[in-house]
Design a protein around this ligand. Structure first.
Ligand code: AMP
Ligand code: ZN
Length: 115
């Protein structure tokens, strides 16, 4: 755990957040500032700064986050309609919280390329 990391605190239950999904590797919860009718963040329990700093021995965690996104999408019933998975990375990528997270967005169509 990284002491000043807000997402570590959420993963550890130190900040009360209603979790939409949780297992040994990841935790998912609703984004505070939703950009779509459904906007879920999926984070690893163990602190990783970003996709940029993830180590090769963390590939299993990276894969797990994507599998969890697909599982949640299917479980919540929006997989057939479709969804968008986003990992913002570093400055130009728009990353503001430096604990790796997958945005799972659904409930409206999304443009591509993103703005
Ligand atoms: P990013 O810009 O990709 O780093 O995304 C960070 C996301 O975390 C933003 O969409 C924020 O709205 C969201 N966020 C920040 N703090 C919290 C929090 N305490 N609970 C839920 N979502 C948060
Ligand atoms: Zn963290």
């Amino acid at each position: 755990m990284s002491p000043d990391c807000i997402f570590c605190k959420i993963a550890a239950g130190e900040i009360a957040t209603r979790k939409v999904y949780e297992d040994d590797v990841c935790v998912a919860f609703n984004d505070l500032s939703p950009q779509a009718p459904t906007h879920i963040l999926i984070i690893p329990v163990g602190h990783i700064d970003s996709l940029d700093t993830a180590k090769s021995n963390e590939e299993n965690v990276l894969g797990h986050l994507l599998s969890a996104a697909a599982h949640i999408a299917r479980d919540k019933g929006f997989a057939d309609a479709g969804y968008r998975v986003v990992i913002n990375t570093n400055g130009d990528g728009g990353q503001t919280v430096f604990h790796l997270h997958v945005h799972l967005l659904a409930g409206r169509p999304f443009d591509f390329p993103p703005g």
